[in-house]
Design a protein around this ligand. Structure first.
Ligand code: NI
Length: 256
């Protein structure tokens, strides 16, 4: 039983075969998926998917790329959407200093405001961090994000940062890049993350793991992420799948 803790299956890349793709996920043992919004429309689409499929849950939030376009009105809409019973987290939120699609001060402000919203709502957060490790940690600490906890999605920081996150009670989610040949540093970090703090994800349609790198990603491929972690940790894949599933259920408050 696998839990894909981060996917964007509302993406138009699935418009021709979404039902078939989801059936393939179920047949591969994917029992839970969190579909993650990155702006108001995608947050609404995430909720719509969660209404249609009982094994899909939703996260609503504003990605740093979209921080400038959404503004304060977007944040109010996220608050309204978060009342839906299948919304299990706020996000994705954070900082992206790699692509810098919104000004950095706007990204920071939107990140801070969403942490405050999550604390107000008592929901965990899903954090996106690309080339902004120091500033992400500073804001998480400043805003006391440990009050609600959450997950660093597609973790790309250092071992030291991973340890800081674990100390704050955050989970660390591993995506497709762990399967890449040049991911030696991430692979060493995976060995060091305790099993009870680990989540797995696809971030589909992005970050397709080996052996399918270069193709469109989908939730069924989270099995390859689990397989790689099982090799790295020297544990049966069943143990990885079971731990990652129970961790995600605990974090997102899923009881079924
Ligand atoms: Ni994502």
């Amino acid at each position: 039983m696998f839990f894909d803790s981060h996917a964007h299956l509302d993406d138009l890349k699935y418009d021709d075969d979404r039902q078939v793709m989801l059936t393939r996920a179920k047949e591969s043992g994917i029992s839970y998926i969190v579909n993650v919004g990155y702006d108001v429309p995608s947050s609404k689409r995430s909720i719509a998917l969660s209404e249609k499929y009982n094994f899909i849950y939703a996260a609503v939030g504003i990605h740093p790329h979209d921080a400038a376009a959404e503004g304060a009105g977007g944040l109010e809409e996220i608050r309204r959407l978060s009342a839906h019973p299948k919304v299990v987290a706020i996000g994705e939120m954070g900082l992206d200093y790699y692509r810098d699609l919104s000004p950095r001060d706007v990204q920071q402000e939107m990140f801070r405001k969403q942490i405050r919203l999550a604390i107000d709502l008592n929901k965990p957060i899903i954090v996106h961090d690309r080339d902004a490790h120091g500033e992400v940690m500073k804001i998480l600490k400043d805003e006391e994000a440990e009050k609600v906890g959450g997950v660093l999605h597609c973790f790309s920081g250092s071992l030291e940062m991973a340890r800081e996150c674990l100390e704050m009670g955050f989970y660390i989610s591993i995506a497709g890049p762990v399967t890449f040949n040049n991911a030696k540093r991430l692979q060493e970090i995976v060995k060091a993350i305790p099993l009870d703090k680990l989540l797995i994800e696809t971030d589909a349609p992005y970050l397709t793991p080996e052996p399918n790198r270069g193709k469109r990603n989908e939730s069924a491929f989270v099995v390859y992420v689990a397989q790689k972690i099982s090799e790295l940790k020297g544990l049966p894949i069943e143990d990885i799948a079971q731990a990652a599933t129970s961790n995600a259920k605990m974090l997102f408050g899923i009881k079924v």
